[in-house]
Design a protein around this ligand. Structure first.
Ligand SMILES: NC(=O)c1ccc[n+]([C@@H]2O[C@H](COP(=O)([O-])OP(=O)(O)OC[C@H]3O[C@@H](n4cnc5c(N)ncnc54)[C@H](OP(=O)(O)O)[C@@H]3O)[C@@H](O)[C@H]2O)c1
Length: 290
C-alpha cells in the first residue's frame, strides 16, 4: 500500500506519520506550506503523480469561535476541499479516509451517539464538517469517515494544552461539570487509522462512517482534575484557579453538552477495541512539561 497524508503536522497527522514509518508503510505527507488543500488543482496533480492507494485527510479548520466570523475560510477547508479531494480519489479509484467530529451532532442526546443518529450541526464549524461529510459520501463510494471525540496530545491546540497553559500562567480556567466527552489521544487515533489501512489493503469492503473515542466518557471538569493531578508532579499549579460551572453559564459558544461517541460499530467491523485514555494522558502531560 502507498498512502498520501494531508495534515501531517497536526495532532493526529504527526502521530500517524510516525506510526506509518514504524510500520514500514510507504507514504508522503506534504506540509501545509507546500500544499494548500483548498487548491484542488495542486491536490489533483499530486494524487495523479504520486498514485497512492489510500489518501488520509487529517486537515481540519478547528477554531469554533473564529469560524463564526470567517465562515468562507472554514467551509473552504472542511467542506469544499474535502469534497473535491473525494471526487479526485473517486476518479482514480483511491480510498479516502477522512477525519470528522462529534460536532456533527447537537449534543442534546443523553446517551453516546451512534453512527445511526441524525446529525444536527450547530454553528459554522459543525455545519462545515457535516456538509463536508455529505459531499464525500456523494462523490467517493470508497470512503471511511472517522468521527472523533475530544482529540488530545502534548502538541498544538487541545483541551490539555488549553487547561495546563492557562493554569501555568496563573489564569482562571472555567470548565463545565455537565459537558461530557471521550478524551481521545491522537496516538490512539493514529493506531486506529493504521488498523483500518491494513484491512482496506486486504480489499475488505468496509466503507462507511465510524466513531472512535477513548474509553471511558468523562465530564470536562473531572478530566481537568485528572490533568491537574498528573501535572502537579511537574509543576505547582494554582488548583484554586480551576473553576467549575454548568455549560450554559460558560460563555463560549455554541455550547455542546454531549460529545460521547459509541464505538461499537468500529469494534464489530474492524475488531478495533477503544483504548482507555488515562494511561495516555499521563504521557501527554509529561510531554507537555518535558
Ligand atoms: N482536535 C479535536 O478535538 C478534534 C475532534 C474531533 C475531530 N477532529 C478532526 O480531526 C482532524 C485532525 O484534527 P487535529 O486535532 O489533528 O488537527 P490540527 O492539530 O489542528 O492539525 C490540522 C492540520 O491541518 C493542516 N492544515 C490546516 N489547513 C490546511 C490547508 N488549507 N491545507 C493543508 N493543510 C492544512 C495543519 O497544518 P499547519 O499546522 O501547518 O497549518 C495541520 O497539519 C480534523 O479534521 C478535525 O476536524 C479533531
Amino acid at each position: 500500500m502507498k498512502v498520501l497524508v494531508f495534515g501531517g503536522s497536526g495532532q493526529v497527522g504527526q502521530e500517524l506519520c510516525q506510526q506509518l514509518t514504524e510500520h514500514g508503510i510507504v507514504f508522503k505527507a506534504p506540509s501545509h506550506k507546500a500544499l494548500d488543500i483548498a487548491d484542488d488543482k495542486q491536490v489533483a496533480e499530486l494524487i495523479a503523480r504520486y498514485q497512492p492507494t489510500m489518501v488520509v485527510n487529517a486537515v481540519g479548520y478547528r477554531d469554533l469561535v473564529k469560524a463564526e466570523s470567517e465562515p468562507s475560510k472554514c467551509f473552504a477547508i472542511n467542506r469544499d476541499a474535502a469534497a473535491s479531494m473525494a471526487a479526485i480519489c473517486s476518479k482514480h479509484n483511491i480510498t479516502l479516509i477522512h477525519l470528522s467530529s462529534y460536532l456533527v451532532f447537537d449534543g442534546a442526546k443523553t446517551e453516546p451517539y451512534t453512527e445511526k443518529d441524525t446529525a444536527n450541526p450547530q454553528g459554522v464549524l459543525a455545519g462545515s464538517l457535516w456538509q463536508g461529510e455529505q459531499l464525500i459520501r456523494e462523490r467517493c463510494s470508497r470512503h471511511i469517515i472517522l468521527r472523533l471525540g475530544w482529540v488530545v496530545s502534548a502538541r498544538r491546540y487541545n483541551l490539555v494544552n488549553t487547561i495546563l497553559s492557562q493554569l501555568k500562567q496563573n489564569q482562571e480556567v472555567w470548565v463545565a461539570s455537565d459537558r461530557l466527552g471521550n478524551p481521545t489521544p491522537a496516538v490512539d487515533v493514529a493506531a486506529v487509522i493504521i488498523a483500518i489501512l491494513y484491512q482496506l489493503d486486504c480489499e475488505a469492503e468496509v466503507f462507511g462512517t465510524y466513531h472512535y473515542g477513548g474509553v471511558e466518557p468523562v465530564a470536562e471538569s473531572k478530566f481537568a482534575e485528572v490533568l491537574l493531578n498528573d501535572a502537579m508532579q511537574y509543576d505547582e499549579l494554582p488548583s484554586e484557579k480551576l473553576l467549575v460551572k454548568e455549560c450554559n453559564q460558560l460563555d463560549y459558544l455554541p455550547s455542546h453538552l454531549n460529545a460521547r461517541l459509541s464505538v461499537n460499530k468500529i469494534r464489530d467491523t474492524f475488531g478495533i477495541h477503544a483504548k482507555a485514555w488515562r494511561p495516555a494522558i499521563a504521557k501527554i502531560v509529561k510531554g507537555f512539561y518535558v
